[in-house]
Ligand binder design. Structure first.
Ligand code: GLN
Length: 486
């Protein structure tokens, strides 16, 4: 059995027909991890034994006639999602030995459906980054070209799916961290509407922006994963009460009756010509499928990065205050006063990017600066929300690049954090407004690196994203193309 291109829906059918067991499937995936992991480095913690035990339970579940589409499917989990009894580091030395005593709601849901967890995936420390180069446990390599970044912060989540080390994974997206690595690794990634998927048990980066979502091999799998993850959760006060839908239902070929908006600001200066070429081709494919195409404008897009890099660090500086060396974190055992204990434990435990964000956020929230920075940024956020409200009067779905350039070489931008921040310009607005966004593989750069198309829709209109994504996937016919990893 070749697990490298296997989708959840194909595996589900094969399991149902009795062509394989979940234990066999899981063993194949674990073998694949053994083979490629030395080159890819997508995992922080592997849970092979637990995975085989869960797979055996899934087989038992299936033989009783229980278990849904995710029953017995091997998945990888971004290491920012709490897993009971399994180390959860957030990519940080400060949580190197943290073993959560509880499961995140998404893990509860996956377990009750019989899903199998093969391990915890690499990420930028506390999800801060765009290249997965800020991880205390090493940088994962892009399966399409090992010299390049996978994207971030859910780099391990994208790389593992692309490299055949799991059938799908969970990531989190605060300013693009699902869509951007999905684009760079040639897989599908969805950031659902804010509130659609519970954040209970997600280690918080910026609570008003964070959202958990799936990375998968095709659009149908993304719909299946969303079915398994969504729904109201009383343990998350920001969880939406919107009805949980069946996202696979009614996904049809054809875009008749749908208008796609092309936002002029997303095709502005700085966009690489090869990315633009691939996206324009994708737009033509959607047009051929019957979509009406319209040029639209979101005039405040250019202020998104500036507003985000005030709001996200401000929230992070508060959220990360809990890692103080007293409770579950790394502790400096030589500190001789309480203040020293805080200072030394945090200095040793946090990496440079996290420290930079804490300083920025604390500064922006300081008395005297609050009005000048945080309040202004919040006002800009409202203007961006208004932009979306207006544009969705004219179109059903927005189509654009995910990132201005394809993946960069590992190390190329290490000394230039500002240029890394700017690479988020096209993904950040969706988080500021809370609308759903998706990346679907759309083509390749001249040097063979994947390029994704970004789709954005109104709040709770994930189905329109999936509908457009499916039509793009079918029209392009590139789904199933694999990186040439041995
Ligand atoms: N790259 C952005 C940042 O560094 C977004 C990260 C994310 O979505 N978690 O903050």
């Amino acid at each position: 059995m070749d697990v490298t291109a296997l989708t959840i829906h194909a595996a589900k059918d094969a399991l149902a027909r009795g062509e394989m067991t979940s234990v066999e499937l899981t063993q194949e995936v674990l073998d694949r991890i053994d083979t490629v992991e030395p080159a890819v480095n997508a995992f922080i913690t592997r849970t092979s034994e637990g995975a085989l035990a869960q797979a055996a339970q899934a087989d038992a579940m299936r033989s009783r006639g229980a278990g849904g589409p995710l029953c017995g499917i091997p998945l990888g989990i971004k290491d920012v999602i709490c897993t009971k009894g399994v180390r959860t580091t957030a990519g940080s030395k400060i949580l190197e030995n943290f073993i959560p005593p509880y499961d995140a709601t998404v893990m509860d849901k996956l377990h009750s459906q019989g899903a199998v967890c093969v391990g915890k995936l690499s990420m930028d420390e506390f999800a801060m980054g765009s290249g997965n180069e800020n991880c205390a446990f090493g940088t994962p390599h892009n399966p399409w070209n090992l010299d390049y970044i996978c994207g971030g912060s859910s780099g391990g989540s994208a790389a593992s799916v692309a490299a055949g080390e799991c059938l799908a994974s969970l990531g989190s997206d605060t300013g693009g961290s699902i869509r951007q690595p999905a684009s760079h690794c040639g897989v599908v990634g969805i950031k659902p509407t804010y509130g659609r998927v519970s954040r209970f048990g997600l280690l918080a980066f910026a609570s008003s922006l964070d959202q958990i979502g799936p990375l998968t091999r095709d659009v149908t799998d993304a719909a299946l994963m969303l079915n398994g993850l969504g729904g109201h959760d009383p343990r998350d006060s920001t969880s939406a009460r919107a009805a949980h839908e069946d996202y696979t239902e009614g996904l049809i070929a054809g875009m008749k009756g749908l208008t796609i908006g092309i936002p002029a600001e997303y095709f502005a200066a700085g966009l690489s010509p090869e990315v633009e070429k691939v996206i324009r081709h994708g737009i033509a494919v959607l047009q051929d499928a019957g979509a009406e195409v319209k040029e639209v404008s979101l005039p405040h897009t250019e202020y998104g990065v500036a507003a985000y890099y005030i709001i996200a660090p401000a929230e992070a500086s508060s959220n990360l205050a809990r890692y103080d060396g007293v409770r579950y974190t790394h502790r400096d055992m030589n500190a001789d006063s309480l203040i020293d204990l805080y200072r030394c434990s945090r200095s040793q435990g946090f990496g440079d990017e996290v420290k930079r964000r804490i300083l920025l956020g604390t500064y922006a929230l300081s008395s005297g600066y609050y009005d000048a920075y945080y309040k202004k940024a919040s006002q800009v956020r409202t203007l961006i929300i208004e932009d979306y409200k207006n544009v969705f009067k004219e179109c059903d779905v927005l189509v654009s690049p995910v990132t201005p350039t394809p993946a960069w070489k590992i190390g190329e931008k290490s000394s230039d954090p500002l240029s890394v921040y700017l690479s988020d310009a096209l993904t950040i607005p969706a988080n500021l407004a809370g609308v759903p966004g998706m990346s679907v593989p759309c083509g390749f750069s001249e040097s063979g690196l994947p390029i994704g198309m970004q789709l954005q829709a109104p709040h709770f209109a994930e189905k329109i994203l999936l509908q457009a994504g499916l039509n793009l996937e079918q029209g392009l016919g590139i789904q199933g193309k694999q990186p040439a990893l041995s």
